[in-house]
Design a protein around this ligand. Structure first.
Ligand code: GLU
Length: 314
């Protein structure tokens, strides 16, 4: 028997489909306590019992379980990848002068937080931070800016993110006053110039969509060494995800799960197991904070069963 400690990479690639099966029905039951978001009309009519899981590590074939062909919009799941793109293409000191790294205990679209912080966006995982960063994407139009991010991610991750035009129309159909107030305050504090351009860019990047496989493959960009992404940039994004990726619940889940995680109001959840791989879950019903109820339930079960927390000592 080997006395060499087993690293989390072994633990992730040891997970089988049979390990996940017993948790699928309890996850669907658990998701009944969540709600579909109503402020984006297209998300309010989705089947809340959909469930898909992907576990990707490059030591074994990926595991895909459930409604794996369902395409969903990333919403805030794009935020760590916007940060990743900008940190890879521009000076990190400059990027972190445009967005902070402090956790927030206010909702993801809070204008009060931004006002209290004198117009400085706290972190890249909440709307103020992502709207500030959306202004830094290269290109003249929102579509060019979104395309720059989409194409880079597709090439780097070997995935096929596409723009969901009907979701974008749905997002545009109701005026999002909190995001507009955030953009106005950011403009006053000098973080952006053209409010319409930035809000349209932000809406477009939130409407990039894919299946659970795409989300899992995106996760590998933060989990495994990448030829075009410096290690320290991965480290920065993972750290911000750990402290802020689940909004006000981030600290609670840093303790309960112990991995960098990001959620989106469409019900996607992505966990990074550094040096090892990713766990992606789609379960559309969300809690009052905006995190997938079934996703967090299932992720916690997987992480405990396979000892995946970064902070475990044995
Ligand atoms: N586009 C959404 C919004 O701005 C993203 C929020 C989320 O996914 O958490 O409200």
């Amino acid at each position: 028997m080997s006395l060499i400690p087993r690293f989390s990479s072994d633990r992730l690639s040891n997970i089988t489909e049979a390990d996940l099966q017993p948790w699928l029905q309890p996850t669907q039951l658990k998701s009944h306590s969540g709600q579909l978001p109503t402020y984006i009309p297209c998300l309010s009519t989705i089947d809340s019992q959909l469930l898909a899981v992907t576990i990707q590590s490059d030591r074994s074939p990926a595991i895909h379980v459930g409604n794996i062909d369902t395409v969903f919009v990333l919403m805030s799941l794009i935020k760590p990848f916007l940060l990743l793109y900008l940190l890879t293409h521009q000076d990190p000191d400059y990027i972190f002068s445009r967005v902070g790294i402090e956790a927030s205990d206010q909702p993801f679209h809070s204008i009060a937080q931004l006002i209290n912080d004198h117009g400085h966006p706290r972190n890249a995982m909440i709307n103020s931070g992502a709207i500030s960063l959306a202004s830094l994407l290269p290109g003249q139009t929102a579509t060019e800016r979104c395309e720059a991010l989409r194409q880079w991610l597709n090439i780097q991750a070997g995935c096929h993110l596409v723009m969901d035009e009907s979701a974008l129309a749905s997002v545009r159909s109701l005026s999002n006053e909190s995001n507009r107030s955030i953009a106005r305050r950011l403009q006053q504090s000098g973080y952006l110039q053209d409010i319409e351009l930035v809000l349209e860019t932000y809406n477009q990047i939130c409407c990039l969509s894919g299946t659970i496989r795409e989300l899992g493959r995106l996760g590998l960009l933060l989990a495994k060494p990448q030829p075009e992404i410096p290690d320290e940039v991965q480290h920065m994004v993972n750290s911000v995800m750990l402290t802020s990726g689940l909004y006000e619940s981030s600290a609670q889940y840093a303790l309960r799960i112990g991995l960098p995680i990001k959620s989106g109001v469409s019900g996607g959840l992505l966990a990074i197991v550094p040096r090892s791989g990713s766990i992606a879950i789609y379960s559309p019903a969300i809690d009052e904070v905006g995190n997938s109820v079934g996703g967090l339930f299932l992720l916690e079960k997987i992480v405990h069963q396979h000892h995946l927390s970064l902070f475990r000592t044995h």
